[in-house]
Design a protein around this ligand. Structure first.
Ligand code: MSP
Length: 660
């Protein structure tokens, strides 16, 4: 038997420093779509993803959270709504998941580091320069942009310490050649960026160990040093196959990788540092690195710190996993940046999925049901009184798989979808051209022609369904059931063979694959869900920290707390905060207190209530009115909202009673 073609594809391994957002999801969905496409073609695919769990940022975050770094990352990777849950929800079909804290990986990294040290490519020196903590990146002064990190634009800090260096400079010529003279790095625009920003200014040796924190792979021959997180992270692509460890044994089978899919800001690591280290180790280089663009929000990169994160869980729950997967691949040319918006998502669902694809399937299956009881007669695949538009449709569909394949091979899933949707639109036009409802008026005369028209539509739907499977696996399985396509008519091979659908297949009009959405309603439901989830993420009840400073008893006794009965209460003019209280304090003379609680109480609900006030504070003027004392209330935060309750006491307590 002919051996299957191997295809090894990876996503970047994610930092579990925060929950993942739609930008991370974009990268993984794209990789998953490509992996599924290669499986559809019958290849032996290895698809790897995972998490990159070391580094100072994680150490710091864990300290802030009061847990160990491992506990911190465990919660984000394995916990509810964590990384693994998200990939399951998004139907990500990775064959393996690596965590860089896995023991086999840590041990392998130590061996790899030692090997590069032994061959002279890693040496000890002093690191002086700048460090961007959020990016875990070292920079030289000349690489900074306006004194800030060139990747993220944030402040960098001075750093000086004894450290190990990797002889990156030694590989500059070979890297330039790799970038300029091969198709290793794609799209081509990324090559120009790398040459201009990093190769032309001259490659400097890279600092590959740290001593200022401990959360990393220890350099086993020099205690106190931990391996630079990018060295640790990049080699995941090989350790997850079993390189320098016994956990797995697929290294010889799958390495070198066919493609590493990465976001544009980490192209530098994958196209310069990574191949240089592989050269140093004497290992083959991956065939391609593809640097995709960013999903932007309001023109800026998504990041938790900017507070404009879009939660993939909410989007998938509101619109369905397949619709979300499709939107990401359809809307943003892979390789360029794109603006994410909820409106664009809803419009894509309505136009492409509900209108074009959904309508094609539901109209066709409904007509097969209505005119033929759900089963076309034998012979309906055969041309009956062929019309020019039959040939046009069939010609377009027959060449679709090749055009799609060309786009997918060029890492352009958006172009592949473009081809599929041109066919779907053509098929919808074919319905109108043939006016099946008119043909159905005379079934004796036109019955076979009508059956042929519907067969052509089912065939067009089937072939589009096959090619859309890597994008929307669950929905396309439903489509196959509705059009009655047997397994043999769902294969990659059959996508190039017009007429693979048996004419008498049982067709059923099932549920609408993609219901149409009302833009306004969908937007407000989304906003409500987002608000709900923000609220749920906040601690339920927060109370003020306790004071550590003590107060002596005599001082405490100096505060005169009294029960006071509200005789009158009104809003203070021109203030939306202050209420003016007229109080009976038992002395026979009314007491006036002003209190900034108008957003919590309406004046009328307080009249007649007995409250607690401290009455021996020096009088204060507020908005020209004198306040003689202060009302006591309880405050706390709930779901992020500040709450306040006046202390009210029993009616049995007379005005003026002292509280002690
Ligand atoms: N841990 C490194 C990767 C190491 S690979 C050996 C890392 N992790 S990350 O979690 O910060 O990012 C993972 C991927 O998500 C990157 O490819 C990054 O470009 C991508 N994205 C993060 N935000 C993104 C957008 N807003 N848009 C598109 N992709 C984005 O980098």
């Amino acid at each position: 038997m002919e051996e299957k073609k191997k295809f090894y594809i990876t996503t970047p391994i994610y930092y579990p420093s925060d929950k993942l957002h739609i930008g991370h999801t974009y990268c993984t969905v794209a990789t998953d779509t490509l992996a599924r496409y290669h499986r559809l073609k019958g290849e032996d695919v290895m698809f790897l993803t995972g998490t990159d769990e070391h580094g100072q940022k994680i150490e710091d975050k864990a300290r802030e959270a009061g847990v160990t770094p491992k506990e911190f990352v465990d919660a984000i990777v394995e916990g509810p709504r964590g990384v693994k849950d998200l990939w399951k929800l998004m139907n990500i079909s990775n064959d393996r998941f690596i965590r860089t804290t896995d023991g086999y990986h840590v041990a392998a990294i130590q061996k790899i580091f030692k090997k590069m040290y032994d061959n002279g490519d890693i040496y000890k020196g002093t690191y002086k320069g700048k460090y961007c903590k959020p990016c875990e990146s070292f920079w030289t002064e000349s690489q900074l942009v306006d004194g800030k990190c060139p990747d993220c634009g944030r402040e960098v800090m001075d750093a000086e310490e004894e450290a190990y260096f990797f002889r990156l400079s030694k590989y500059a010529g070979r890297i330039r050649d790799l970038l300029e003279n091969t198709d290793f790095l794609q799209p081509r625009s990324r090559v120009n960026e790398m040459i201009r920003n990093f190769i032309d200014p001259g490659l400097e040796d890279l600092c590959v160990s740290r001593t200022s924190f401990t959360w990393g792979v220890p350099v086993d021959f020099d205690p106190g040093h931990v391996v630079y997180v990018w060295v640790d992270a990049l080699f995941n692509y090989t350790t997850a196959l079993g390189f320098m460890n016994d956990q797995y044994s697929d290294y010889d089978k799958y390495w070198p990788a066919d493609v590493h899919i990465v976001g544009k800001e980490i192209v530098r690591f994958h196209s310069i540092i990574w191949p240089a280290m592989l050269m140093s180790m004497g290992l083959p280089l991956p065939k391609h690195v593809f640097g995709h663009g960013w999903l932007l929000l309001d023109g800026g990169k998504m990041s938790k710190s900017k507070g404009n994160v879009v939660d993939p869980y909410i989007l998938a729950e509101q619109f369905g996993v397949d619709a979300l997967r499709f939107f990401l691949m359809r809307t943003f040319p892979f390789g360029s940046d794109g603006n994410f918006s909820n409106e664009a998502l809803i419009n894509t669902i309505n136009v492409d999925l509900a209108n074009d694809l959904g309508n094609l399937v539901s109209r066709t299956t409904a007509m097969v049901g209505k005119y033929f009881g759900g089963q076309l007669p034998e012979g309906s695949a055969e041309a009956v009184s062929a019309q020019p538009f039959d040939g046009e449709l069939i010609g377009m569909v027959s060449g679709l798989r090749d055009r799609y394949e060309e786009a997918m091979e060029a890492f352009a899933p958006h172009k592949a979808l473009d081809e599929v949707f041109k066919v779907i639109q053509r098929a919808n036009k074919y319905i109108d051209e043939n006016a099946p409802w008119a043909l159905a008026k005379d079934m004796d005369q036109n019955g076979m022609r009508l059956a042929h028209v519907l067969y052509n539509l089912l065939e067009a739907g089937r072939i589009c369904g096959i090619l859309l499977t890597p994008f929307m696996p669950e929905s396309m399985a439903k489509l196959f059931t509705q059009i009655g396509a047997p397994e043999a008519a769902q294969t990659w091979e059959s996508a190039a063979v017009w007429g693979s659908l048996p004419a008498g297949s049982a067709v059923t009009k099932g549920e609408n694959l993609f219901p149409r959405l009302d833009l306004e309603k969908a937007l407000s439901a989304l906003e409500a869900a987002e608000a709900e989830s923000r609220k749920a993420a906040l601690p339920a009840v927060e109370i003020e920290p306790f004071l550590t400073e003590q107060v002596d008893f005599d001082t405490f006794c100096k505060s005169d707390f009294r029960a006071v009965k509200v005789k009158a209460c009104e809003n203070v003019k021109k203030s939306n905060k202050l209420l003016r209280f007229t109080l009976d304090d038992g002395s026979g003379t009314d007491r006036q207190i002003l209190s900034g609680i108008a957003m919590y109480y309406k004046p009328e609900e307080l009249v007649g209530k007995t409250l607690v006030a401290i009455v021996n504070l020096p009088p204060r003027k507020m908005m020209g009115l004198e306040s003689c004392g202060m009302l006591i209330s309880a405050v706390h935060t709930e779901g992020g909202e500040e709450k306040l309750h006046l202390i009210m006491v029993d009616d049995a307590i007379p005005a003026g009673a002292k509280l002690c």
